[in-house]
Design a protein around this ligand. Structure first.
Ligand code: SF4
Length: 76
C-alpha cells in the first residue's frame, strides 16, 4: 500500500453537519467545488502552500464547522 508523502494534507467534510450553503467554495474555489445540489467536493491531497492556505480559508469560513484538515496519510 502506498502512503502519501509526509506533510501533505487532506480537506475533509462532515456530510451530516454540512448544509450545502456553499461558502467554502466561494472563498476557496481552488480546492472546493460544489456538486449539483451545492454540497462541497473536496477530493485530493493538498501539497502546495497556496492550496493549503485556500483550504484553511474554507475551514474558517464554514458556519457549520463541517470542514477540517487532516494529514493525508491518516486512515479514513
Ligand atoms: S461552508 Fe460549510 S456548510 Fe457550507 S457548503 Fe461548505 S462545508 Fe457545507
Amino acid at each position: 500500500m502506498s502512503r502519501a508523502p509526509a506533510g501533505r494534507l487532506r480537506l475533509r467534510v462532515d456530510p451530516v453537519a454540512c448544509e450545502g450553503i456553499g461558502l467554502c467554495a466561494h472563498v476557496a474555489d481552488r480546492v472546493v467545488a460544489l456538486d449539483r445540489w451545492g454540497y462541497p467536493i473536496v477530493d485530493g491531497d493538498l501539497d502546495a502552500g497556496a492550496a493549503v492556505r485556500a483550504a484553511r480559508r474554507a475551514v474558517r469560513a464554514c458556519p457549520r464547522r463541517a470542514l477540517w484538515l487532516e494529514p493525508a496519510d491518516q486512515r479514513r
